[in-house]
Design a protein. Sequence first.
Length: 546
Amino acid sequence: MGALLLIVLSYFFHHQLEVLALATSSDLDFSYMKSVYNATDLPLKEEYDYIIVGGGTAGCPLAATLSANYSVLVLERGSAPPSYPQLVLTADGSGGVLLQEDDGKTPAQRFTSEDGVANVRGRVLGGTSMINGGFFSKADDQFYNESGIHWDMNAVEEAYQWVEDTIVFQPNLSTWPSIVKEALLKAGVGPDNGFSLQHLVGTKSSGSIFDNEGKRHGAVELLNKGELKNLKVAVEAYAERIIFSSKASGVSATGVVYSDSKGRTHEALIRDEGEVILSAGAIGSPQLLLLSGIGPLPHLSSHKVPVVSQNPDVGNFMADNPRNSITIVVPFALDPSIVQVVGITNDFNYIESGSSVTSFSFPQPFSFYPNGTTPLELSVATIVEKFSGPLSSGSLQLVSSADVKVSPTIQFNYFGDPKDLSRCVRGMRLVGDMLKTDAMEGLKFEDLEGAEGFKFLGPSLPRNLSDDASMEAFCRSTVTTFWHYHGGCLVGKVVDGYLRVVGTNSLRVVDGSIFNTSPGTNPQATLMMIGRYMGLRMLQEREAAK
């Protein structure tokens, strides 16, 4: 069941006035490959102006921006997209990648949280933008107001536009999203906001990093907007620790130690006025800070990690948006679809959807096939609920202090705060209201007695939607991830309002680990924006310091 839902899901949308500003070309652009090297081919010691750990959703636009004036090294633990042809596909591409056996080199690294919920991390140049459902929608106002980051909102909009010009498209609304849109509106999730990139209460469609030929245009293509001669991207490069030195101004990052696929150790150092920037994600960035001696003293001491800077909050406030859903077997052929429509309520419950085709097999005597089974393909459609926040959070802790490839343990504490459970109940009741609308009537089956009803694949909603206990039990038993985890390096606790790591110099974090809540309905648009935004701010800082 979990595997099927992985295939079914994805992301979505755009603003009517911005349509002409969206990308128009659908050709994949691999120009960035001129700057990509296997780490084994790089010198054992070299200097750069900036070193970025993580070539993902935020790291790629950050690297492209800084390369305009300075030399930049990007350390990416995964390989480049051309190594994974399936990444360019639409629904099959995203779901298939998530279902691949994890051999240590796949673009999606599997992990299971201490809560027992299966999850994945991006492990490819372009990060999770290369394995997600492609949905593109901006952050909500509350996110900006409460993030703790010092924003220039004009620069924020310009940074979004910089991304949208290149890799964001307006999708053609397919059958299932159209049904969901009508059901949302009839269930009271209004107004109809049409097509918009903005975060708006009501129902809307939005942009996608998939073009209308089904090709994926991830954050990796933003590297093409940089000065490629100033940019060096090392793939299959594992950052092991940050190098520090003590100066009169305090502890300063001076470089990064990384290893290549042959096990050789490299040192990348930064020049004067340069910086090390962690963009390794909500798991990789806090893990690397801990491995480098920045974190809670008891935890570092227990792993015999030399302490560089004590900070009790590194690895804490880890949160993940719980996803709850229902999946319906559809009585007619339905084309696969990624998420294109979202419903946003006044209290920030988000309803999204996707559809796919799945195969079932029946044993003999119904079989005419040599292997003893008869395949049957059925269309299925999923309605998904999540909410902003959450209020519940957990922590990340090292398992090994000697090997960065050993994943840390992570606990998210889903529904640890009772308010999160109540919000799930409200959201799933709204899904129940959608099932009662005329828009969903055509998805019902008729039984032998002539009665009509939905056929569910997996759990169905409780019959009595007003029964709190039954709804809470449903939420707890069906919780899984929306892959929107965040935290571990929060603004105001681990980094300041300019994303500098507190207690150090020349070190920042620019990725989802700084967020105290996941922005908007889906975070990738904001992550790409913040990569561009912080790159421009850093260039301005360098210019002002001259």
